[in-house]
Design a protein around this ligand. Structure first.
Ligand SMILES: NC(=O)c1ccc[n+]([C@@H]2O[C@H](COP(=O)([O-])OP(=O)(O)OC[C@H]3O[C@@H](n4cnc5c(N)ncnc54)[C@H](OP(=O)(O)O)[C@@H]3O)[C@@H](O)[C@H]2O)c1
Length: 228
């Protein structure tokens, strides 16, 4: 069994701990207050979740820090640098500012790229960035429809090993290409947040790419997404 260490016991940390435990991973959830993490692990139960410190969580086979960049994610990982080396780092960060109205990073970078730059020894795979916390509690939409999780990385092997951990999760995992595509995925989250609030969906909305296979000449000359 592969273990995954989740750092942070907030909205995402809790839900991802539960999700990974249910899909068969051994989970270590870490907190700045290890007692809190141990109490949460006991509540999540099933024996597959253990609580401890950030260092305990970072000792797992793969790590998933569930902290905000604005709260000092990069500096908080600094003492754990050696523990991150050579293993998949599941990056869920969106670089929101304090009031969620914008990002603290410019358009020509992303949280994922900044993390990879700061920790080149980690094998960063962006995932779950586009899933708002509430969706994890009831992941299916309409008639059982699964929504997308866009997965980005420059490390094909790390991407494969993260995808292997997601088996059985109630989402459609989409290989969304290189790490720099996190610029798009992160901003899709900012955008869905704004649209969701306007539509009265917030925070229960997500993306799903709609499309059908198309072979030139097989149907007509229309481009695949045009005039349907
Ligand atoms: N919320 C969403 O819908 C959503 C969706 C996709 C991605 N994300 C990303 O997931 C990450 C976590 O988001 P979240 O919504 O779970 O955040 P959150 O509820 O605020 O939880 C963040 C956790 O970070 C830890 N932490 C460490 N230093 C902190 C500090 N200075 N101030 C506050 N908390 C601190 C805390 O855990 P301990 O006290 O246990 O250490 C806290 O519970 C962010 O990078 C966010 O962009 C969030």
């Amino acid at each position: 069994m592969t273990s995954i260490g989740i750092l942070g016991t907030g909205r995402m940390g809790l839900r991802l701990a539960r999700l990974f435990a249910r899909s068969g991973s051994e989970v270590v959830i870490g907190s700045r207050t290890p007692e809190r993490a141990r109490a949460i692990a006991a509540r999540l139960g099933a024996g597959a979740v253990r609580g401890g410190s950030y260092a305990d969580a970072a000792d797992a086979d793969a790590v998933l820090p569930a902290l905000f960049l604005r709260d000092g994610l990069l500096d908080q990982l600094e003492p754990l640098r050696a523990r991150l080396a050579g293993k998949p780092y599941v990056d869920i960060s969106n670089p929101f500012n304090a009031d969620y109205s914008d990002f603290i990073l410019p358009w020509d970078t992303s949280g994922a790229e900044e993390i990879q730059k700061r920790f080149p020894e980690a094998r960063v795979v962006g995932a779950f960035k586009n899933v708002w916390w509430e969706v994890f509690d009831a992941p299916h939409f309409d008639a059982g429809l699964e929504s997308d999780v866009y997965v980005v990385s420059d490390d094909a092997e790390a991407k494969r090993s993260v995808l292997a951990l997601t088996h059985g999760m109630p989402f459609r995992f989409v290989d969304a290409g290189r790490l720099a595509n996190a610029r798009v995925v992160e901003r899709m989250t900012l955008f869905s947040g704004e649209l969701g609030q306007r539509a009265g969906f917030f925070p229960r909305m997500n993306w799903r790419l709609l499309g059908e296979p198309w072979t030139p000449g097989a149907k007509d000359d229309l481009a695949p997404l045009a005039a349907r």
